[in-house]
Design a protein around this ligand. Sequence first.
Ligand code: HEC
Length: 143
Amino acid sequence: MSKPFDYSWIVFAIIIVVVIVAYKPVMNAINQAREPKEGSDYLVGEEIFYDASAWGPENRSCAMCHTKDYTLSPNYTKVEMEDFTYVELKGIKKRFGVGVIGNPDKLLSQVNRCLSSPKRINGGTIAFANLKWQPLFAYLVRQ
Ligand code: HEC
């Protein structure tokens, strides 16, 4: 009694080889597709986030408290905001429930808290209709 030849290991081996060979180009293509495009909301938002005069007062940017690679306005030697401290922005989408079906109210309130406080940006508040909101939002939800 001879057993029928079992081809399944050959199929398995071919699958493994295909996965190994295809892995890098596929991952490269995926990463390239995820790279923010020039002029995208994300990149505009990033610029606003780092801009030390985006909100009126000089030498006050979101990045000063939320990144370690901020830059100062010309003629300033240090950050002068009273609340100056490092608060890492991480998992914003989840923390604020702003996924595809989420509600951005909470995130806008937090941004306005940082924006309006005289100890922080001291730049008033913004509404959803503000031209800066959409790009800033696109930037924040990827943190
Ligand atoms: C002077 C420091 C300072 C500046 C400038 C600042 N923030 Fe904040 N930010 C904080 C602090 C402190 C917290 C922690 C929560 C709180 O006290 O409001 C925070 C919290 C946040 C959070 C929530 C983080 C979390 O995980 O809960 C977001 C989002 C945020 N800031 C966005 C911004 C944006 C956008 C700007 C610019 C418009 C900005 N912040 C400017 C100090 C600052």
